[in-house]
Ligand binder design. Sequence first.
Ligand code: 5GP
Ligand code: ZN
Length: 114
Amino acid sequence: MAARSLASCIFCKIIKGDIPSFKLIETDLSYSFLDINPLSKGHALVIPKYHAQKLHELPDEYLSDALPIAKKIVTAIGATDYNILQNNGRAAHQLVDHVHFHIIPKPSEDKGLV
Ligand code: 5GP
Ligand code: ZN
């Protein structure tokens, strides 16, 4: 399925390079970069190159491209403990309406939930 973009979306702008980001891994279907407001060192985001607000609206091919990228990032940064977080909708704390996976490394001394 072809990439889909929304002009007003900040993550679509990041994919296009209109907003700068610290890029990690890019494929034909996905883009990953460091979170601008990290919850821990190495906090990264993986996003599909397809504008959809919520996970269930995303074509499967984009979904299956994203998690292996999360796996590569976790391995590359050597995180042993980490959260993969994916919020859908305001009540679930989604602030940016473009599907994204958080990769949040957890240093061993950090006992917080997220
Ligand atoms: P949400 O609450 O929607 O799951 O998380 C959105 C995430 O996107 C937040 O962690 C926030 O710091 C990050 N974010 C928002 N705008 C930008 C941006 O312009 N650049 C980067 N790198 N991260 C962003
Ligand atoms: Zn978007």
